[in-house]
Design a protein around this ligand. Structure first.
Ligand code: PSU
Ligand code: MN
Length: 289
């Protein structure tokens, strides 16, 4: 059911990459470029990218560029609960962080790079929307490198949920959980690290203690400090138009990309690639004794 590419199977240092952001995080066609750029950055740092998704009745670990192109806007968004149905029904299944982590657990991959983790939505418990990314991270021995959590979420509530779940939140050269588009001002991390090697050492110790996943927050190099009012307007527009559930993130991202004159789009692309590069450094560090 899980098909691992030859290149991934033969590699020491592997970084898992998701396909939801390829299919649904960017304007049509651009997501594939973002995915390929992440793969390039992983390779440049000395690791092998394992882009994950469901295709033709199997869960695939490692995709060719042609295969990646099939993850367009029509792909199903596949979280942990959706993997089995996507495989059995032969769907193109774009895995979320949570869906990708479930595959990492089965395939023995210990590092993943992404943009922003899912979490607790604003207004909780109306609706009671908490991403399966959180519970999946808690139970999977993987370091997820991200720029914090998705910008449209309740970030302090998500940080509390991560503490409840026993997930270490490491700050890469920062004391604060990055706010996706903005580097500063987030809730405190549980520990600060200064390098990929530091992060790998903490992860190894956490796993030796029987722990699960860790989040490594990398602040974006270019901070956009005026996005929050736009996010609030996007969420209000979503409410007016009755947009909920899985359609929410693509709606908000498209709104931000449009209303910021493309600035959030450029920032989003860049931070995903930078996170992939740091994830590769962590993967390489984990191969060292
Ligand atoms: N962050 C973004 N854009 C996205 C996502 C995260 O900036 O599209 C995706 C990731 O795949 C993440 C998923 O795992 O959203 C979480 O979705 P949900 O909240 O429905 O669990
Ligand atoms: Mn959700």
């Amino acid at each position: 059911m899980i098909v691992v590419s030859e290149e991934v199977a033969g590699a020491q240092a592997v970084v898992a990459l998701e396909t939801t952001l390829v299919a649904h995080g960017f304007p049509a066609g651009e997501g594939v470029e973002v995915g390929l750029e992440s793969e390039k950055r992983v390779r440049a740092a000395g690791a092998v990218p394992a882009t994950i998704g469901a295709l033709d009745g199997a869960i695939r670990v490692g995709l060719s560029p042609e295969e990646l192109e099939r993850f367009g806007p029509d792909a199903r968004k596949v979280g942990p609960r959706d993997l089995a149905a996507a495989v059995v029904q032969g769907a193109v299944g774009a895995t979320t962080v949570g869906g990708t982590l479930a595959v990492c657990r089965a395939a023995g991959i210990t590092v993943m790079g992404t943009g922003g983790l899912g979490g607790v939505h604003r207004g909780f418990p109306h609706p009671p929307d908490v991403s399966a990314d959180l519970t999946e991270l808690a139970r999977t021995q993987v370091v997820v490198v991200s720029a914090g959590v998705k910008s449209l979420l309740d970030v302090p509530a998500t940080a509390e949920a991560l503490e409840t779940l026993g997930v270490p939140v490491l700050g890469y050269r920062t004391d604060e959980l990055p706010l996706f588009y903005t580097a500063r001002g987030g809730p405190p991390v549980s520990a600060r690290v200064e390098s990929a090697e530091d992060a790998a050492r903490v992860a190894s110790a956490h796993w030796a203690l029987g722990g699960g996943g860790l989040l490594l927050g990398r602040p974006p190099d270019q901070s956009l400090d005026d996005v929050e009012p736009l996010i609030e307007r996007a969420l209000a527009d979503a409410e007016r138009k009755g947009v909920t559930g899985q359609r929410m993130t693509p709606f908000v991202l498209a709104y931000l990309h449009r209303e910021s004159g493309g600035r959030t789009l450029a920032a989003n692309r860049r931070l995903i690639a930078d996170n992939a590069a740091l994830a590769a450094e962590v993967a390489v560090a984990l191969t060292r004794p």
